[in-house]
Design a protein. Structure first.
Length: 284
């Protein structure tokens, strides 16, 4: 069963890291092109694949989000799943890459789409920032805000899974994953080797790769003076085992296999059954 993984810009389509990663379908400039062109693009994907999963970050332009929902509605297709990731742009790109690996393994499309929420828990996303004065996605203390005005300041920030902000050069450290991971680094308008010389060794990274910074990253982090990083599970065999071990059910509406409590294609949730009398209660 063929499943296409689509992203909303070319820089969200990370180069395949091995022969087990399918190419991404790029929905480029959907906020600028005519609606008819977007409909034709999506219909062409549906003609080549049985299902399409679109992954995008929260920083994607609102016009793109509206266009995605409009196209899905007009095509009246339950073969299109929209997956807005809560991760920063580089993390969303990594997640899309992992789904491309699962798609190569021909996993069920409902399972692949739902795997996005599962795999999100194993992605650690952060950045080195020149300033945190416009950082809205992570809570920043008054001291960090004040320190941002010092020209030599640099901040290490974790956005997911547990928000954290430290000033680089202090004894504070960023909490990392407790399992074997690779790291991806994307450099913006800031130069620093702190990630490769300090953070990656402290996190015991198995390897480090570099890529271009997504264009949406500056808006998400509130500055273009940053270096974004992300640690993730690299081995497709581990991804397959992790997803395959999750409990599956059948969507009661569209009939495909899913994991978790919601079908990403039709948004149906399992029926809520009445709680038996006495369950969770003590009768007097």
């Amino acid at each position: 069963m063929s499943t296409a993984i689509a992203v909303t810009s070319a820089d969200m389509a990370l180069p395949p890291q091995d022969e087990y990663t399918l190419p991404a379908a790029v929905l480029q400039d959907w906020d600028r092109q005519p609606l008819e062109s977007s409909l034709a693009d999506m219909q062409a994907l549906l003609d080549r694949h049985e299902h399409v999963i679109v992954v995008h970050s929260g920083a994607v332009p609102k016009a793109v989000k509206r266009r995605l929902h409009t196209v899905r509605s007009l095509l009246e297709s339950d073969r299109i799943a929209l997956f807005p990731s809560e991760l920063p742009p580089l993390g969303a790109a990594v997640l899309a890459g992992q789904l491309r690996q699962l798609a190569f393994l021909r996993m069920n499309p409902g399972v692949i789409a739902a795997a996005g929420r599962l795999l999100t828990h194993y992605v650690h996303c952060g950045a080195v920032l020149k300033t945190v004065t416009r950082l809205d996605h992570v809570r920043v203390g008054l001291r960090a805000h004040a320190t941002s005005w010092i020209p030599t300041s640099r901040f290490g920030v974790i956005a997911h899974p547990a928000p954290q902000v430290v000033r680089i050069g202090t004894q504070a450290a960023l909490a990392g994953p407790g399992f074997g991971s690779w790291m991806l680094v994307a450099e913006g308008r800031l130069k620093t080797d702190w990630i490769s010389t300090t953070l990656a060794p402290a996190w015991n990274m198995s390897g480090l790769r570099r890529t271009a910074l997504p264009t949406e990253s500056a808006a998400w982090w509130g500055t273009g003076k940053l270096v974004e990083f992300c640690s993730y599970l690299h081995d497709p065999a581990i991804l397959h085992q992790l997803v395959s071990s999750a409990r599956r059910s059948v969507c009661r509406w569209c009939g495909i296999d899913v994991i978790g409590d919601r079908c990403v294609f039709c948004s149906a949730t399992p029926p809520v059954h009445d709680q038996p009398v006495g369950a969770g209660h003590r009768l007097s």
